[in-house]
Design a protein around this ligand. Sequence first.
Ligand code: F6P
Length: 454
Amino acid sequence: MSRLVVVSNRVAVPGENRAGGLAVGLLAALRERGGLWFGWSGKIARNGGTLHEQTDGDIRFVTMDLSRSDHDDYYNGFANRTLWPLLHFRLDLVDYDRGKREGYRRVNALFAEKLAPLLRDSDTVWIHDYHLIPLAAMLRERGIGCRIGFFLHVPMPSADLVVAMPEHARLFSSLYAYDLVGFQTRRDCDRFASYVRLFGGGRIVGDDLLEAPDGHRVRTGAFPISIDTQLIASQAKAATGKAAVRALRKSLEPRQLAIGVDRLDYSKGIPERFLGFERYLQRYPEQKGNLTYLQIAPISRGEVAEYQTLRNQLEQMAGHINGNHAAPDWTPLRYVNRNFAHATLTGFYRMARIGLVTPLRDGMNLVAKEFVAAQDPDDPGVLVLSILAGAADEMKEALIVNPHDLDGVADAIATASTMPRDERMERWRTMMEHLQKNDIGAWRQRYLAALESD
Ligand code: F6P
C-alpha cells in the first residue's frame, strides 16, 4: 500500500484541543492507515516557512509557521473573506482584493515548496479544502507526478455565483491538476460539473468524468464525510459521569435541554436560530419554561471583521431574548463562547432532548451526526436539521427545517419537545444505522479506493 500524505490548513497536532470538524475527521482517517500530515502549525512567526516535526504512533506531523503578512493575506484574507463567503453562497460578504489573492497563491506556493521534497513517487497525496485549491498544480509544476486527490469540505456554489469572483477560472481550473476531486454531496458535484461546462472551458465526458480544455481528464465524486460513530457513542455514554455534564444536568432540572454547538460563523445561522427560538417562546406560551436552550459558540476567525460583527449581534440578541422572556428562576437562552473538550460535548448532546443544527449553508455539518451518535438508545433526543446542510441528504429522519422560516423552526422545537419516546426511538434508530455503516472509516476507504483506482 502506498504511503498516505494528507495536506490541510488546520492540523490536529498531538496535545492540541483546538480542532474543527475537518481536523477531527482527518485524524480519525489517518489513525487507521498511518502516514504524513502536512499543514499550517497554527503559529505566526517572524519568518514564515519554518517546519516543525513530531510523531504520534504511525502518524508523522510536519507543520509550517506562517508570517503575519502571509497569514493575513491567505487565511484572514482570501480564504476567509473571499472564498468562504463565496462558497457559502454569500456574495454580499465577498471581499475581493488582488493583493490578498496573490498572498493566497504565495502561501500555496510555499506549501508546495516545502512539501515537494518530502514526497515520493509512490505516495498518495490527499489535499483538503478551499485554502489549498491550487496546491496540486503547484506541486505538478515542481515535477511531482504521484496521485493527488482533493476534497472540498464546504459547499460548491452554483456557477453563476462563482463567476462573480474576478479571475475565477484561474483558481477553479487549477482543480484540473488533481486526479480526483471529491465533494460532500451529489449536488455539490453536479454544480462543479456545470461550472466546468459553462465557464471552465471543459466538458462533461461521462458520469463523474470531466475533460479539461487541454484534453486531460479529471474524475469527480460525492463522498459525504462522517464521524467515528462507535467512538462518539461510547464517549457520550462515559461522559455522563463527567463533572461538567453532571453540573449542567443539575442546573437544568427539571427542564429539557435544547443544544446548539457551532463555531461562531455567519454560515451557521445562529441569529436566525435565536429568532426561531424566540418565535417558539411566543407561539407556544403553554410550553414556556419547559426547556432551556444552550448555545455553545466558540470564537472563530476573530480577526475577521464579519465575525466580530456577528459576535456583537449575538450578544445583543441573547440579552434581548432573555430580557423579554426570562423568569426569576429561569433563563431561556444560555449563550456561551468558550470551547469544551470534545468528549464533554458528546455528554451534553446525550443529555439534550433537542439538537439544533440550522445553518444557512453547510458542506456537511458533523455536529448533526455527532448529536445522533451520542444519544441514549432508550431515550434519544430529536435532531432539528437545516435543509441547507449537506447532512440533510442523509439524516432524513431528523425534523428538517428551512432556517429562514422562523415559524417552521419554532414548530419543530415544539414538536421535538413533545415527541413521544417511540417516535424518537424509531427516527433515531434509522439515522444511527446509517451512521454505523457510513462512518469516518468508510468515508476514507471510499475516497481513497476511488483515488487509487485507475
Ligand atoms: O470545515 C470548514 C473549515 O474551514 C475547516 O477547513 C476548518 O478546519 C474548520 O472549518 C474550522 O475553521 P478554522 O480552521 O478557520 O478555524
